[in-house]
Design a protein around this ligand. Structure first.
Ligand code: SAH
Ligand code: SF4
Ligand code: F3S
Length: 490
């Protein structure tokens, strides 16, 4: 497969060379005229799955430069923030943490501090200028060159920003996974051309560009064959636009991935309702491996608000899509995103969202108050709605939805689900294991013995009780780490 290009192309500069001391076994990396002893990187990620995935990719690159991850800030030689600009809240959290790092840098003179991600893409230059303790900033489209940037700082050249767009002809990358998880995120499309009026993402992530289908299929085949991956989530800001420039579609890609032996579950996120094709809906019925969960952000139940948001569909069209999806796959579980109190939203428009929740019967929703973002079109709309009204509407939406999903979850009681177990924890003093079903429901169960390690085991569980927010279960069968085919399992 081609070397990574499409998230920043590395020039002809120095490359990392690994040297292992034959006596101590310690690894040193030499790059150009610099030596990199083992060092630690502390990373803080904000935002969406795309950003978390980017952080994993950055960490994987940094391993080549002898950095391993640490959770302890005190141990860190390098601090990296991967930022999100989508709402004020995520922005504010980042700024307060950036302030705290100032003290860490005072304590440890050689500490290197960088910021990446969506805030860095648009405001990196100003931030590097403004914050003395910030060494460098990098945008969303240059993450594959992170080692060149870190090298540059250690070579004595700091206070720079790189936020150019990658101009490679194709978006071509290879997925990097680390750790023992059988789950992998696979980037299939970057950027977004939709320009919803409230949203900053097209400005922070650039134009849509898709990877070629053959490349993705080869990538996933290798992940399954050599890295033990059993579940993939196809990632993009609007995966439904996948392949447009290459005459390929998401439906075609899923159909191909469905054929890979050893792959158990295929998920994709995020979708835009405008681009949900009949072919894709049909694949939800025919694919053996496609998850029986779909997250399909609606944002509002009001036709006029959707128009002001430039979402390019009506509530009727959206509900029609749900109907078709449920006809194709009767067990499908649906979820969505809602923005409460968009610019000048009236009481009637807000009510229309509550009505849509009743009609759609979502399993869960993510909901946010509208947050004005500079650069977006909505930022120029005159807005008369107060923050109080926005907050009240958000709470109303959330309370309304909780009642709906509580009822839906009651129907799960007594049914058996297959789940992939990812972690354990303490719930009210009792040790429980947690997993996710094919249809994306979180289940908790008490192990038969406290010593049994179920991590990454497939289990069958029967649901014993459920609330709006969680499901308690009893273990029926432990199927171990080897994936049994999940066909026809929820
Ligand atoms: N590409 C995805 C996700 C975009 S950001 C999509 O199209 O759905 C994730 C969610 O953040 C959006 O679905 C939307 O609900 C919310 N969001 C985006 N911009 C926002 C803003 N300015 N204020 C409040 N919520 C916003
Ligand atoms: Fe933002 Fe709309 Fe693009 Fe989603 S589709 S990332 S909400 S502009
Ligand atoms: Fe945030 Fe950027 Fe994702 S703005 S939601 S991190 S694409």
């Amino acid at each position: 497969m081609a070397t990574a290009s499409g998230l920043g192309t590395r020039g002809n500069g120095p490359r990392e060379q690994s040297i292992i001391d034959p006596i101590t076994g310690e690894r040193t990396v030499v790059m150009g005229d610099l030596t990199f002893p083992p060092r630690k990187v502390w990373m803080k990620t904000f935002g969406c799955q795309m950003n978390y995935h980017d952080s994993d990719r950055i960490a994987a690159h940094l391993q080549d430069l002898n950095f391993t991850k640490t959770e302890e800030l005190d141990e860190a030689d390098l601090v990296l923030f991967n930022t999100c600009a989508v709402r004020d809240l995520s922005n504010n959290k980042f700024y307060s943490q950036l302030g705290e790092i100032k003290h860490a840098k005072k304590k440890k003179g050689g500490l290197v501090v960088g910021i990446g991600g969506c805030v860095a893409q648009t405001e990196g230059k100003e931030l590097v200028k403004k914050y003395k303790h910030l060494d460098f900033a990098f945008g969303t489209d240059v993450i594959d060159t992170i080692n060149d940037m870190v090298f540059r700082v250690y070579a004595g050249d700091s206070k720079f920003t790189i936020n150019s767009w990658d101009r490679s002809e194709n978006f071509s990358i290879e997925t990097k996974v680390s750790g023992d998880s059988p789950q992998a995120f696979v980037n299939i499309i970057k950027g977004c051309n939709k320009y919803c009026t409230y949203c900053i993402v097209p400005y922070t992530r650039g134009k849509e560009r898709s990877r070629l289908m053959a490349e993705v299929v080869e990538d996933v085949t290798k992940l399954v064959k050599y890295q033990g991956i059993q579940e993939v989530t196809l990632l993009g800001q609007n995966v439904n636009s996948y392949g447009k420039e290459n005459g390929e579609t998401l439906a075609m890609l899923i159909t191909e991935l469905d054929k890979i032996d050893g792959l158990e579950i295929i998920r994709y996120t995020t979708s835009h309702p405008y681009d949900v094709s009949d072919d894709l809906i049909a694949v939800h019925g025919t694919s053996k491996k496609l998850s029986k969960h779909l997250h399909l952000p609606v944002q509002s139940g009001s036709a006029t608000v959707l128009e002001r948001m430039h979402r390019e569909y009506t509530p009727e069209h959206y509900l029609g899509l749900l109907q078709k999806l449920r006809a194709a796959q009767p067990e499908i579980v649906l979820s969505t995103d809602i923005i409460a109190g968009f610019v000048n939203e009236t009481d009637e428009e807000h009510q229309a969202t509550l009505d849509l929740l009743d009609k759609a019967q979502f399993d869960f929703i993510y909901s946010y108050v509208y947050s004005k973002r500079n650069k977006t079109r909505a930022a120029n709309f005159e807005d008369l709605l107060s923050d109080d009204v926005r907050g009240t509407r958000l709470r109303e939406i959330q309370a309304h939805q909780l009642k709906i999903q509580d009822k839906i979850h009651q129907t799960m009681i007594g049914k058996t689900y297959r789940a992939l177990i990812d972690s354990d924890g303490n719930m009210g003093g009792i040790k429980k294991w947690k997993g996710r079903t094919n249809c994306n429901r979180i289940v908790h169960f008490i192990p038969e013995s406290v010593d049994t390690d179920y991590k990454w085991h497939w289990v069958d569980v029967v649901i014993t009780s459920a609330t709006a927010l969680s499901c308690q279960a009893e273990l029926v069968a432990d199927l171990g780490r080897i994936a049994p085919s999940l066909q026809n399992k929820n």
